[in-house]
Ligand binder design. Structure first.
Ligand code: GDD
Ligand code: MG
Length: 397
């Protein structure tokens, strides 16, 4: 893969946010014994380097009642070396959609020997493992894992830690292009190979997100992303006194982290998770509030933003769904102690204009779960491992 080097980096305390790096070539050819004189603006990431990282990476697919054909395409797009972890909140009745997903994974693994795990978010064993590990933040009043994409992602992180992975990447299950999924995973690996800190995050910026109206229109920015980025940049600008537009991936559902970073961040519920990750990094290491971990601050936390070549085409879920994503995301920005009056005003204005709140309302404060590091991972593994076979579609190579 050939990819731009980061050309501009903004620094906040010990956080480094790199401006967008574009993918120039998906396949950059064989490794040459004598490396070509590379242009310093561009980096060639060798296939072996990417594969080495993929072997240490779990790709998590959160899913809830997506079309089976899309789900099947997504799992087929994940590079072979990555462990697939599916956490599903799909319905069990009247049609058992989860069973269909399990069958699809099983068949896929049978013919490809790809390693994969699938578990239902409401499985009582998962809830028991989470409870015995002391992670009650993740449980609802019925003592099951709470609903929500974020909760599925956090449960999957615990499984990735248990599987001794070093990196975790997230990919939505409703993507129409397996090739885009493949590219996301490659970009995650390429990003980690370029990162200078072991505490790194790679966030994907889509080249285009096509909309189908009269014809196909290759739209670059979605409304939710545009608004979240604007508010997040305002939060940073008012703190530093210098206006910035460095955040281009405030909502990036497609993103990855080194597990060393993933395990020390607190997580917001549902669709607030991605904006909250950036907020948590800025709170913990941005130099305004007390430093969360001195050793991490010494290395610094690095955020890479990579623009892919494949367009992102996923299921359209309607205007209410978009509001349901905008509101919690901006709630994460609004309620951080870093948020100043000016940014709060901007957020309220945006939400009112988009009809997401009434003039006297505020966005909701996100429910925050403690960092996974605080969890007793031994206990979690003991409970889950015993039952792994019944969840697992894993076949030995
Ligand atoms: N396990 C689980 N549990 N998965 C869920 C749940 C849940 O309760 N709710 C939704 N999902 C899955 C969906 O099936 C899909 O695979 C993925 O989470 C994303 O959900 P969508 O409903 O498709 O979200 P979106 O397309 O509107 O927004 C996506 O992109 C945004 C911008 O990048 C999400 O990834 C957002 O989080 C992201 O901000
Ligand atoms: Mg979607």
């Amino acid at each position: 893969m050939r990819i731009e080097n980061p050309r501009y980096t903004e620094r906040f305390g010990s956080v480094r946010v790199n401006d967008v790096q574009k993918v120039l070539e998906l396949d950059s050819g064989r490794a040459k014994e004598i490396p070509l004189q590379e242009n310093i603006a561009v980096q060639k990431i060798e296939e072996d380097t990417i594969k080495d990282i993929e072997e240490k990476m779990a790709i998590v697919i959160p899913t809830k009642d997506e079309k089976l054909k899309l789900f099947e395409g997504v799992i087929r797009g994940v590079p072979h070396e990555c462990l697939i972890i599916v956490v599903s909140n799909s319905q069990r009745k009247p049609v058992d959609r989860f069973r269909m997903e399990q069958d699809a994974i099983k068949q896929f693994c049978h013919f490809t020997h790809h390693q994969a795990l699938i578990i239902h978010q409401k499985d009582p064993i998962l809830a028991q493992a989470v409870a015995e590990a002391g992670y009650t933040d993740l449980l609802d009043e019925d003592e099951r894992v709470r609903d929500g994409k974020a909760e599925g992602m956090v449960a999957a992180m615990l499984i990735a830690i248990m599987a001794n992975k070093d990196y975790v990447g997230f990919v939505d299950a409703d993507n129409y292009f397996p090739g885009a999924v493949w590219e996301y995973a490659k970009c995650y690996a390429a990003g980690f190979s370029m990162a200078k800190s072991p505490y790194a995050m790679v966030r994907i910026l889509w080249h285009y997100k096509p909309k189908i109206s009269a014809g196909m229109y290759f739209k670059k920015w979605g409304r939710v992303s545009e608004t979240t980025n604007k508010c997040m940049n305002s939060l940073i600008s008012t703190k530093t006194g210098f206006e910035t537009d460095v955040i281009k991936t405030g909502n990036a559902g497609e993103h990855a982290m080194s597990l060393r970073l993933a395990e020390i961040l607190p997580y917001a519920s549902g669709y607030a998770i991605e904006p909250q990750e950036l907020v948590s990094i800025l709170e913990g290491f941005g130099g305004v509030l007390p430093v969360a971990h001195q050793t991490v601050a010494k290395h610094g936390v690095e955020v890479l933003q990579i623009e892919t070549l494949n367009p992102h085409l996923h299921e359209e879920k309607g205007l209410d769904h978009l509001k349901g994503m905008l509101l919690p995301g901006l709630g994460a920005v609004y309620h951080t102690p870093l948020c100043d009056a000016e940014t709060k005003q901007l957020i309220l204005g945006e939400l009112q204009q988009q009809d997401a709140i009434k003039p006297d309302e505020e966005p909701p404060k996100p429910h925050i779960s403690a960092p996974p590091k605080k969890v007793n991972r031994q206990k979690f593994a003991e409970v889950i491992k015993e039952h792994l076979d019944s969840y697992s579609a894993l076949e030995k190579k």
